[in-house]
Design a protein around this ligand. Structure first.
Ligand code: TAP
Length: 454
């Protein structure tokens, strides 16, 4: 199979050649994972916890190396890339406490007693997108391992470098061979094999809703367990009574974080009509101040897009004559740059308002009242994330309950916290990751009745 050349999105220069995994090699890896399964599930909980802590410790010792790999291979600003490597470490640490909490129940029943066990689900296939290679790997990997499952991770074809290194670090930390393997390569080959192979018992997929639908159909054939984290088109709802300065100051990071290649991007800003002009006045300098440039520089806030094809796709949402209210700047020369761009006024059927752009483009539209804001926020097939800004506590709770989305922040642009469940409503996904209950998705409940009467 021809090697895949990873390009630096900021320079368009080659970074590394990666050998893609063939379908046969994927089958061999699945066989190794099956072989490792019994020993891994039988590792005593305290020892499995110690191995996960050791893994977190080795990641911690390599934060800078992992961050620089992500800068080169994905174009992420170095400060962000350090946070991403740190997030993997923190999530491993968080779930290192979980093996010892996998307790079943004892249920009184007539004629005996019933006890339940949380059994590992089996080999887990983890399919990761290119936008956050390290965190998204960690959100599936850590709870799956903690629950006693071997994991096969398929990173996105374009961004395999950190995952490959993390696989090596796992062995350095003492994880047994076969318990965590990384299979770089194409979705249509390796990803598909994980979906189709009967010995892979669970798929954790993060990516587009389009591919998610195909994976769901593939898993249905074997009633294979599946968690899916898909696309988003989240709303940032700004009520007139809020701290408008703060809402405007944080709107750029909420929309342009990771150059907008973020499933949680608040790429629709809904602003109460009475404060729309003032909000745009405040937003303009904040957008123009976003530092777009060399990802290796500590001052950079936004890097390039992932590829030339993706930049062309993003640009198609801003054709000639599009209502660009204002935009930031980009460096000249090589690199897949696209400026932070604010569209206003935008019609409600403009694809930039209705579709996931997955780039630094945000549409600002007015609303009149609370009912209007909720209806507009919900007028999308997606339901992943979002924010709302108000000083009225009652309204904050009412609107938070009414917006059909899995994760919502009030007076904040924050999206994912590993202590809390994360996932989508509607076509944004199926199931939840993270939080204290994440191991439920990686275990099966076994119910055993013990007769006590002769
Ligand atoms: P996809 O094109 O869907 O790819 C995601 C992963 O699936 C990649 O590893 C891809 O491999 C693989 N894949 C492709 N076809 C496959 C198949 N037939 N069988 C199995 N695997 C297959 O998404 P993307 O462009 O990488 O990521 C962007 C999308 O992900 C956006 O919609 C974004 O919103 C979503 N996303 C969601 C979240 C959460 S948490 N909800 C987080 C991040 C991103 P290749 O690399 O070879 O294509």
């Amino acid at each position: 199979m021809p090697v895949f050349t990873v390009l630096n999105p900021a320079t368009e220069q080659p970074v590394a050649d990666v050998e893609p995994t063939s379908a046969e090699a994927a089958d061999a890896a699945i066989a190794r994972a099956v072989g490792a399964q019994a020993a891994w599930r039988n590792v005593a909980p305290g020892e499995r916890a110690a191995l996960l802590r050791s893994f977190a410790g080795v990641v911690d010792a390599h934060i800078e190396e992992l961050a620089l790999l992500e800068v080169a291979g994905s174009g992420h600003p170095v400060g962000q890339a350090r946070w991403e490597a740190g997030n993997l470490r923190d999530v491993l640490r968080y779930y290192s406490a979980a093996p010892e909490r996998l307790c079943g129940k004892q249920i009184p029943v007539p004629g005996g007693l019933d006890i339940t066990f949380q059994e590992p689900v089996g080999v887990v296939g983890l399919i990761v997108p290119w936008n956050f290679p390290m965190p998204i790997l960690g959100w599936g990997l850590a709870p799956a391992l903690a629950a006693g499952n071997p994991v096969l991770a398929k990173p996105a074809e374009r961004t395999p470098l950190t995952a490959i290194r993390i696989g090596e670090l796992a062995l350095e930390a003492g994880l047994p061979e076969g318990v965590f393997q990384v299979l770089p390569g194409k979705g249509s080959v390796v990803g598909q094999r994980l979906v189709d192979h009967p010995y892979v018992r669970k798929i954790v997929f993060t990516g587009s809703s389009e591919v998610g639908r195909e994976i769901m159909a593939g898993c249905a054939r074997q009633v294979k367990r599946l968690t899916m984290e898909l696309g988003g088109k989240s709303a940032n709802i700004v009520f007139a009574d809020c701290d408008l300065e703060r809402a405007a100051a944080t709107a750029p990071v909420a929309a342009f974080d990771n150059a907008g290649q973020d499933c949680c991007a608040r790429s629709r800003i809904l602003v109460q009509r009475s404060v729309l002009d003032r909000f745009l006045e405040l937003l303009e300098p904040a957008v123009k101040a976003v530092a777009v440039g060399d990802p290796a520089s500590a001052d950079t806030e936004m890097g390039p897009l992932i590829s030339a094809e993706h930049r062309a796709r993003v640009a198609s949402y801003v054709p000639d004559g599009a209502p660009v209210a204002f935009r930031g700047s980009t460096p000249a020369g090589a690199g897949y740059w696209y400026p932070p761009t604010v569209l206003a006024p935008v019609s409600l059927d403009d694809p930039a308002y209705t579709e996931e752009v997955f780039g630094p483009v945000v549409a600002v539209v007015p609303f009149d009242d609370e009912a209007d804001a909720v209806a507009m926020a919900n007028d999308t097939p997606y339901g992943l994330s979002g924010s709302l800004w108000t000083r009225d506590v009652g309204r904050a709770i009412r609107v938070a309950r009414a917006v059909e989305t899995g994760n919502l922040s009030v007076n904040s642009h924050a999206s994912v916290r590993y202590w809390t469940p994360f996932g989508g409503f509607k076509q944004s996904g199926l199931g939840r990751e993270l939080g204290p209950d994440a191991l439920d998705a990686f275990t099966e409940t076994k119910n055993v009745f013990i007769a006590t009467e002769l």
